[in-house]
Ligand binder design. Structure first.
Ligand code: GLN
Length: 533
């Protein structure tokens, strides 16, 4: 463990300052300097994982290759680093308590009173060190969710204090992210909230090593000096994080601010060579200088909160840049779509995506969207529930299966074209019981999807219970909606396409989870290309 160094990222003053983006940007820079880095997120809520959380509460649930349902920040980590994360990269208070209580029930604490200190803090520390074990990483960046001073984060802050004491300041540092608000009435940037926030950390026994100050206006040297003096940090350890137009610019800003060099210096690690970040810069150039501009629709039921579709909207940024195209996503509420207004809603769009989701709310709007796209040769990408809606629509309108549905929505339907797998039928628990994570899929050579991926064997991430019902396989195939991607073990249908259509593909999995800046997902790239033409 001695070789692994730890960087903790805490936040103060307010939430949503972008700790996840700062962590991911720092990781990117350290990675570009030749270090092997991973990022972990500690979430102070009591849910065991975010899988059972309504997206309105906490945004999208991100799924890792190993099937963990995690915080959406892990999506940023993967999109920036282009390295997969895993279950160990996201820990919640619920999971910590679950482990401790299970141990207590087994009698592992030998009659001791089980307490927050040391038992909960020890479990937190174990989880942090676990990520660093296994000789894979040189540096582990651990982001503590929430804001210092919250009751929920206290055990985490205490664990960080202990780790810093145990490992020593050369092996473990703390970056604290705060806000420097601008008061337009007086035309001033204010440092007091930062000073207060650092005081709270100090009360909890932690002296931050580096401060990252989020601000809408550039900070003067005087402000940095003042913060350094009052917060007891070195002047060059006060880093400005000014608002930028895209999150993908933050690594370059942090490079300019020398955040990575300061971190390496404090951890007594060689600074190595200045990272050229060539691919990253190329991506940004394309992103900022598009040759085309299109509007596409995203039909879903959580559209009031765009964070609910974070990975999808980021995938459009990656694939748009690759196509030198600005992609404007119009969020359309599936409950608003009717037979009467669908033409008006979609006619000016270049393509449409029907989003994943659960339950019956807004489902008919999604089915109507799929019908409109099919009949009007509008490029269509159906993701998970979106694919299921396309299948239902095709069954009703083309196969004339009246009342066809998914048994998730209508369990009495005569035509359950989307149905539960036998193994799933006896499961009652809601948490962690879906088909989750990476599964293989074999693509038929004679398909558009094959041309898109350029290979027959793929692995894609899943998060669903219901499946294409193979009882109707031949009906679909004979009538022009072709199952072109099949899981080799279970024979479950993973991809359908309509070859006679300009671009109509439904996928049972979530391609959006694996799109990154350096590797935009081929399905999104091809979809955008079709929308441009
Ligand atoms: N509700 C559907 C199922 O469970 C689809 C889930 C999703 O879109 N992620 O199969």
């Amino acid at each position: 463990m001695a070789d692994v160094k730890y960087v903790f990222v805490t936040g103060g003053v307010t939430s949503s300052l972008g700790k996840g983006i700062i962590s991911a940007s720092l990781a990117k820079l350290l990675q570009a300097r030749g270090y092997s880095v991973t990022i972990q997120k500690l979430d102070p809520y009591i849910n065991v994982d975010p899988g059972t959380l309504n997206p309105y509460e906490h945004g999208e649930c991100y799924v890792t290759l190993d099937g963990a349902e995690t915080d959406l920040d892990l999506g940023h980590y993967e999109r920036f680093l282009n390295v997969p994360t895993s279950q160990a990269n996201n820990v919640t208070t619920g999971r910590i308590y679950q482990t401790v209580i299970e141990k207590e029930r087994k009698g592992d604490y030998l009659g001791k009173t089980v307490q927050i200190i040391p038992h909960i803090t020890d479990e937190i520390k174990r989880r942090i060190k676990l990520v660093g074990s296994g000789n894979i990483f040189n540096i582990v960046i651990t982001e503590i969710g929430g804001t210092v001073g919250d009751m929920e984060s206290l055990p985490y802050i205490e664990s960080v204090r202990q780790l810093k004491w145990e490992m020593g300041s050369q092996n473990c540092i703390v970056i604290h992210l705060t806000l420097v608000p601008y008061l337009s009435a007086s035309g001033e940037l204010k440092t007091k909230p930062t000073q207060h926030s650092v005081k709270v950390l100090l009360e909890n026994g932690i002296q931050p090593d580096i401060l990252v100050l989020r601000t809408e206006k550039n900070l003067t040297e005087d402000i940095k000096k003042k913060v350094a003096l009052f917060c007891n940090v070195e002047e060059n350890a006060v880093v400005e994080s000014v608002d930028v137009s895209t999150i993908y610019e933050v690594p370059l800003k942090m490079l300019k601010e020398k955040l990575d060099q300061t971190v390496l210096r404090k951890l007594v690690l060689p600074v190595l060579k200045e990272p050229p970040l060539t691919e990253w810069r190329e991506f940004l150039t394309k992103l900022k200088n598009p040759k085309h501009s299109i509007r596409i629709g995203l039909v879903g039921k959580y559209v009031e909160l765009p964070d609910a579709y974070k990975s999808i909207s980021e995938s459009f940024i990656h694939s748009g840049a690759m196509n030198e195209c600005e992609v404007n996503v119009e969020y359309i509420h599936s409950e608003d779509v009717t037979d009467e207004n669908v033409n008006m809603l979609l006619k000016d769009l270049k393509g449409v995506v029907v989003a994943p989701g659960f339950g019956s709310r807004g489902i008919e709007g999604k089915i109507i969207t799929a019908k409109y796209a099919r009949e009007n040769n509008l490029p269509f990408l159906g993701i998970c529930l979106g694919m299921q809606c396309a299948v239902i629509e095709f069954a009703r309108d083309v196969l004339h299966f009246e009342g066809a549905h998914s048994s998730e929505i209508d369990h009495k339907t005569k035509y359950p074209v989307i149905d539960l797998m036998e193994e799933q039928k006896s499961i009652i628990d809601k948490g962690g019981t879906m088909r989750l994570g990476g599964y293989k899929c074999v693509i038929s050579k004679n398909s558009r999807t094959y041309k898109i991926y350029g290979k027959t064997q793929i692995i894609e991430r899943h998060r669903h219970r219901y499946e294409f019902n193979n009882r109707y396989y031949d009906d679909f195939k004979r009538n022009g909606m072709i199952p072109v991607g099949i899981n080799p073990e279970s024979k479950l249908v993973e991809i359908v396409e309509i070859p006679s259509h300009k671009w109509f593909i439904g996928v049972q999995f979530h391609p959006e989870y694996s799109s990154t800046v350096i590797n935009p997902h081929p399905l999104f790239v091809s979809f955008i290309k079709a929308c441009i033409n």
